[in-house]
Design a protein around this ligand. Sequence first.
Ligand SMILES: C[S@@+](CC[C@H](N)C(=O)[O-])C[C@H]1O[C@@H](n2cnc3c(N)ncnc32)[C@H](O)[C@@H]1O
Length: 266
Amino acid sequence: MNPEKLKHDVKQYWNNTPCGTEFIGQQKFSPAYFAAIEEFRYRIEPEIFGFAQFTRFHDKKVLEVGIGAGTDFVQWVRAGAQSYGVDLTEQAVAHVTHRLQLLNLHAADVRVADAENLPYDDNMFDLVYSWGVIHHSPDTYKSLTELIRVTKPSGRIKVMIYNRNSLFAFYRYFQMALLKGKPFWSVKKVLHHHQESPGTKAFTFREVRKMLTRLPVKIVQLKAPVTQHDLLYYKARPFKWIAYALACLFGWNSVGWFMMIEVERV
Ligand SMILES: C[S@@+](CC[C@H](N)C(=O)[O-])C[C@H]1O[C@@H](n2cnc3c(N)ncnc32)[C@H](O)[C@@H]1O
């Protein structure tokens, strides 16, 4: 598909379904609405705290790319970082603007912008953070180069993208290919058509290492720990037991759906 058309469809998807809001019953933009989004997110994805380490960036210049409903973004602001945030969608910016107002917090800049073409100067940020975003953008490599471009030398880039060789990706293949009588579909194709916005990608460690060797960065950590998503927290017990057994077999730090990449700009 033409990348501009795909980006338009990605934008439309996330404007209609801002991330993490789909199961929230409370009135949109109310304090209860934002509290429910935050409570659910960190119950299911507690590993975000260990990876982001929000409080270590007090007074630092931090850019979050793909703010979504703003749950992590609010943590940067609460931690006293000079916080800049962008997202492809107007809905994300509206969520974050309302949320900051309700909490009486102030960010340096929140705006609509594309990860593939960031509206910031080179070498501007101490940290660029992006959780679950650039695999949705048609050109993930271009997004990565942009995240690195705006980071200061010796600054950090922390990115989460999906891991194709993960328990969750395998589960989606089982569900959307095997059970639907399409065993010849690849995991890639299943994710492209059936995982959140159209065109979603997932990468292997090898592919990520290959991308990173072409860029001015040094790897600090690269891991994919098994999380609640891989352990199918919303399924019946037999599914969870199978997932648990597979995690023991294949490795708790490598077959998780969330591939966490931390690099230093050189
Ligand atoms: C799965 S949500 C993640 C949001 C947030 N980081 C979170 O973890 O809740 C994906 C987000 O990426 C945004 N996004 C997708 N492509 C983008 C791009 N090219 N530039 C900026 N944001 C993008 C979407 O609008 C959406 O808000």
